[in-house]
Every structure is written in structure tokens, then in C-alpha cells.
Design a protein around this ligand. Sequence first.
Ligand code: NAD
Ligand code: IPM
Ligand code: MN
Length: 363
Amino acid sequence: MAVYKIAVLKGDGIGPEIVNSALRVLKRLGELSGVSFEFEEGLIGGIAIDQKGEPLPQETLELCLKADAVLLGAVGGPKWDNLPTSKRPEKGLLQIRKALDLYANLRPAKVYEPLISASPLKEEVARGTDFIVIRELTGDVYYGEPRGIFIENGKRVGINTMKYTEDEIRRVVKKAFEVALKRRKKLTSVDKSNVLEVSGLWRDIVEEEKKNYPDVEVEHLYVDNCAMQIVRRPSSFDVIVTGNIFGDILSDEAAVITGSLGMLPSASLGEKYALYEPVHGSAPDIAGKGIANPIATILSTAMMLRYSFNLERLASAIERAVELTLQKGYRTPDIYSEGCIKVGTEQMTDAIINSLEEIWEGL
Ligand code: NAD
Ligand code: IPM
Ligand code: MN
């Protein structure tokens, strides 16, 4: 029987709490299924700065390079907020994405029927929402040079550079078409080509690639319009593909439609490596209180089982266990509504493991 080696980077804030929950679920699933998971921990983010002097120590990178997949919690927090951008915890995350060449970030936003009342949108608007944002993750203004704060005419000027090469755009656009083919075959490409040359190139490449995927219907939206359409007609989207910065913003917007940012998982995929993490951050406002919603991280492990290990049956067992637990009424505070059972991180995890055991018997 294969052993799957998972590098575990818990990070900061609620990172350790939510990753511990996900590991408990994976361990139980391993026992039920007979599949072996091996976990090895590494430091990233603020805790790595405190202990090793840098946000992505070399040993953490090496651990990730030899693992079959990486599970990450979140990085960052007020303690490190005054450091320069190049030395912050978030830099560790950007470095690992680049080092593993994780160019396609899949962020599925699905409204679960039992959570419909937790959505900030009207029920009839939110109902049936099930789309995926594919965010390019290794280019754009996040990595473009030149960057920095410079002096011009005796005054400070901040510079970042939005840059995409043709190949960088093409590989993520192809990935998005492939994903669309396995879903409802509708692709929305998001750009700002009315203003930005980078976006003009993006749109041209989508048009070129469209010819290779005649079964996929393509729609182009400007990012400002898309931000508006996501709250107006969320259920009409299937696959949204966009660049790094637009994808960052649109995926938080998409997340909250599902009821909470604490619900949205993600997979960051390259040709060789893969990393799985919730879309949300380290939530310093609730860290250490035992109330963080672990579902985004637990669902991220389901994505790992599916995309890295090809264990579809195990992946859908986790997804169904989460759904069943929500149906039973368990809610962390971020998704709580009246009449439900309010629980903390640990109790939510217990409830999901119970549901998993029930589902496994029926599989
Ligand atoms: P955040 O996502 O950490 O939190 C935004 C809001 O959502 C907060 O009110 C928080 O309590 C809530 N929230 C987030 N996750 C939750 C969960 N699982 N359960 C319940 N509530 C949850 O964003 P922020 O406050 O803008 O950033 C905080 C820190 O996290 C910053 O340092 C930021 O750079 C970092 N960050 C890291 C990542 C990452 O590691 N991938 C992502 C986003 C932000
Ligand atoms: C995310 C986060 C990161 C990003 C930050 C923490 C660097 O917001 O994963 O969405 O902007 O990519
Ligand atoms: Mn973000």
C-alpha cells in the first residue's frame, strides 16, 4: 500500500488550530480506508521568522520538494505587520508558490443548501451557486519587476509592475479550459483590457485557445463588472479564470457568498508540485479562541486527495461528511444562525469525523 507523504506547514494565528483539525480528519480517514498518510512539519511565516530569521527557511522548502503534497494553514499577523514587505510572513507564502511553480490556484465557491441563510445574499440569488475561480498564482503585480519604494524629485514613489508573459497566461488559461470541460463547460475570463495592455494580451490568448476547446462557451468580463455580477448572478458562473491580483480579490468575494471565508478551500497546482490551503488568512482576531471554522482546511485536504493522490472516493467522503455535518446543524460562530448547534473548532471536527464514520459504513 502506498504511503502519501504530506508536508505540513501550520503557520500563524489560527493556522495551527485549523490544520490540526484537518490532520485529525485525515488520520481517521486513513484508519477507515487503510491508506497511509505520513505527516512532517515545517515552519513558514511569522513563526519561521521568530525561530529561524526568515519566512521560508531552506529546510522547509526542501521538506516540501520531497513531499507528495503540502498542506498549509495561514501566515501573518499584527506582530510582523511593521516589517518591510520583503521580510514579512506573507513573503514566505509568495516564495513557496514561486519555488514550487504553483501557477494555477483553484478556489471553488459552493453554496451548501443548509448554509443558505448564512449567505449575505438573498436566498434566491445565492441558491445553486457552484463555481470555481482559477487564479494565476506565480505572476502579475505580485512578482513583477521593478518594484519598491524609490525617490523621484526628492519625493517617495511606490512602484509595482504588472507583467505577464504569453506562456504564463497560456498555461493557466489551458488549465481553466480543461477544468471547464469536466464541469458545465462555461468559462468566464476576467481582465481589465479596456485599460491595461497586460489584460489585452490575456484576452487575446483566451481567444486563441478558445479554438482548441470548441465545446466550452467563453465569456469575457472586465474585473469591475465581474465583481458586481458575482453578487448579482453568482449561480450563472461555472469557471472564472483571471490573473493573480484580480483572483485574490474576487475569490474572497466569492467565498463570503457561501456564508463565510472559513468555508473556502483551495488547491495550488503546478506541473510537479501541489499545495493545499484555505483561502482565508490567519484571522488574528479569533486566533487562540478555539472558534475558527476548520471546514476550509478540511475541504482543502479533500482537494489534495483528489488532485494529488487521485483518491476520488476518499475526497468525496470528506466532502459528503462536511455536508452531512452542516445538515445536522453544527455551526462555528462565523456560519451560525438561530436554531443551529453552536460549536467550536474541536467540536466541529468531532462532528465531521462522526459523519465521516457514518458515511464510510454506507460506501
Ligand atoms: P483573514 O482571512 O485572516 O480574516 C478576515 C476575516 O475573516 C476575519 O474577521 C476573520 O476572523 C475571518 N475568518 C477568516 N478565516 C476564518 C475561519 N476559518 N473561521 C472563522 N472566521 C474566519 O484576513 P485578514 O484579517 O485580512 O488578514 C489577517 C492576516 O492573514 C494578515 O497578516 C494577512 O496578510 C494574512 N493572510 C494570509 C493568508 C494566507 O496565509 N494564505 C491569506 C489571507 C490573509
Ligand atoms: C491569499 C492571500 C495572499 C495573497 C497573501 C497573504 C500573500 O491573500 O492567499 O489569498 O495575496 O495571495
Ligand atoms: Mn487573499
